[in-house]
Design a protein around this ligand. Sequence first.
Ligand SMILES: NC(=O)c1ccc[n+]([C@@H]2O[C@H](COP(=O)([O-])OP(=O)(O)OC[C@H]3O[C@@H](n4cnc5c(N)ncnc54)[C@H](OP(=O)(O)O)[C@@H]3O)[C@@H](O)[C@H]2O)c1
Length: 287
Amino acid sequence: MSPMQDKVCVVTGATSGVGLQTATELALRGARVVLVGRDPPRGVEAVELVKRRAPKADVAIHYADLARLDQVRELGAALHAALPRIDVLINNAGAMFQRRQLTAYGLEKTFALNHMAYFLLSDLLRDRLIASAPSRIVNVASDAHRGVTLDFDDLQGEKRYTGFRAYQRSKLCNILFTRELARRLDGTGVTVNCLHPGFVATRFGEENGGLFRLAINLAKRVAAITPERGALTSLYLATSSEVAGKTGGYYEKSKLATPSAAAQDDETARRLWEVSARIAGMAPSPG
Ligand SMILES: NC(=O)c1ccc[n+]([C@@H]2O[C@H](COP(=O)([O-])OP(=O)(O)OC[C@H]3O[C@@H](n4cnc5c(N)ncnc54)[C@H](OP(=O)(O)O)[C@@H]3O)[C@@H](O)[C@H]2O)c1
């Protein structure tokens, strides 16, 4: 029997690219897969695709605009109600926005979607994951985190914004969040790791227009790997016995890798946690 048989795996951003491929592979290994999408037609299409590839699989879908904290909270409640256990949570949904946009709550959209959704959903499902231990959280970060630091006086690009910089910072947040969450979950049986999937030919960047979209599509044609290969490190961290009990790491090509110096700064990780908890309206917690 596959070690993933009947394991409950929640995958955000599962309607496209790396997330869809990750969900499909988990389903093929016998996991109960819970997709998170934002758009019902795309969601239905993704469920059909997973079921076509893995006809025996138990596949469900939930919807949320993960750039909105209220919808992340509703998603957390819905997953709690629907799932008596959660073995794996894969925070994968992410995007880059060339123009600075604000969500209904006044948060900058890259920061909200790429960081705050990972932060808040992991917190909302924390009890379930602990009760299901040994369990795993996998955060899809990026090599793009290299070359930036966090500026707490301009965390959401109010003073200066470029789409790629905001994206880089959000992916740095993913790694810092992973380190701090791993520290806070120490001893619970829940591990948390993050990864760079590679440069993958997905729909990434397509929300943008003009030259940027043209350039990224060209680069994808020349240099990108397939979603099948792009999902391998997420799958490794979600399923491999080699990483059982290992936590707080950053992985590339299914190997532990060294992120930038800024991504290893535990004081910044702690501060990011405190700021994020305030933004999410969470009660201060020790640790
Ligand atoms: N592609 C790369 O080269 C690359 C490299 C490094 C890291 N990554 C990371 O890999 C992850 C997956 O990206 P991808 O390349 O697979 O891109 P993708 O094909 O564009 O998939 C992104 C997924 O996120 C979902 N999503 C976007 N905005 C959302 C929102 N507001 N609420 C809920 N879901 C939302 C999308 O839903 P829809 O289907 O409805 O659009 C889609 O399922 C991201 O975290 C990205 O930063 C990608």
